[in-house]
Write a protein of this length. Structure first.
Length: 332
């Protein structure tokens, strides 16, 4: 039996989590769920955005499934802090185009590997002599670890090339270390092609030639920005899953936020959560089931019969969830 920590969060996080639980209940696997709180509603109730009990639940689980949270003014981000607590240092964000969804180009299929614990997201900010300062922390150790993850992902996915994205022409020391660490690890993978690009150039190439990318590895803030841009290439955040992987823990979350403008309307796209569950099952080594889920999402989206409004349809969250679930079960 797999013990899964469930953290719904706020807004549509709760709605897509309901879809996720519906799907997991229908699968031919044994799951037990333990629930934790985090986010804006949690802060209003408990005075903290990430209670110690939630961290404990996540640490004692085989994997953690996270919904979405609304930012709380003046409070640290609960998802960033949970990533640090679990030491899930690699954020994996796959980007894939679907035939049934308008994309900037066909056959887009790449992975962004984002360092998850350092950079400006270290949240080290302070005031000094009337200046507001944010420290950008980049270490050789973390840079080498994330580069190794990128090359291993390239091997496992049978891709050809890893691209290091940085801004070392300006951030000579921090991004200089990141780039040097990348090429140091690359020596251990002589059969994999490598190149490096400045982050601004990468932002352009993602639009003009997205098929040229296989695996992108980059630092925390750059990875966050580029992955949202990339989701826009293939239909939006409703089709963008992510996984946070470490040596001991796995934390999985759809890329989208809590979307308060549509919360409660029952029209949130569940595909990002469902694809995120596929990533979680892959992490748990349930490879065949993960593949079935990915195939089912692709089939349903390509058919264009049951789609939520963000994809051009008029179906509800649960209607799309049930259609994908039925596609999975019928394939068994």
């Amino acid at each position: 039996m797999y013990k899964i920590a469930i953290i719904p969060g706020d807004g549509i996080g709760k709605e897509v989590m309901e879809s996720g639980e519906y799907l997991l209940d229908k699968l031919d696997l044994n799951f037990s769920f333990e629930y934790g709180e985090a986010g804006f509603e949690c802060f209003n109730k408990t005075g903290t955005t990430l209670p110690e009990e939630t961290i404990k639940i996540a640490k004692n689980s085989d994997a953690t499934l996270f919904g979405a949270i609304t930012s709380t003014a003046g409070q640290p981000s609960p998802i960033i802090n949970l990533r640090k607590e679990l030491d899930v240092y690699a954020n994996l964000r796959p980007i894939k185009s679907y035939k049934g969804v308008k994309s900037i180009a066909k056959d887009i299929d790449f992975l962004i590997v984002r360092e998850n614990t350092e950079g400006l997201y270290s949240q080290i900010e302070y005031e000094q002599d009337n200046k507001l300062i944010a420290n950008r922390v980049i270490t050789k150790k973390a840079s080498e670890k994330i580069s190794e993850v990128a090359f291993e992902q390239c091997k496992s996915k049978q891709k050809q090339k890893v691209t290091c994205v940085h801004k070392s022409n300006v951030l000579k020391k921090t991004d200089g270390v990141f780039k040097e660490s990348f090429y140091k690890i690359a020596k251990n993978y002589p059969h994999i092609k490598t190149n490096d690009l400045y982050v601004d150039a990468t932002a352009m190439y993602l639009i003009t030639q997205p098929q040229s990318f296989d695996i992108i590895v980059t630092s925390n803030l750059f990875g966050d920005i580029l992955s949202d841009e990339s989701a826009g290439l293939v239909g939006g955040l409703g089709l963008a899953p992510s996984g946070n992987i470490g040596d001991k823990h796995g934390l999985f979350e759809p890329v989208h936020g809590s979307a308060p403008d549509i919360a409660g309307k029952g029209i949130a796209n569940p595909c990002s959560m469902i694809l995120t569950i596929a990533m979680m099952l892959d992490y748990l080594k349930e490879y065949e089931l993960s593949k079935k889920i990915n195939n089912a999402v692709e089939t349903v989206v390509n058919n264009q019969k049951t789609l939520t409004p963000d994809l051009g349809g008029n179906s509800t969250t649960m209607e799309l969830t049930k259609t994908i679930t039925n596609e999975i079960l019928e394939g068994d």
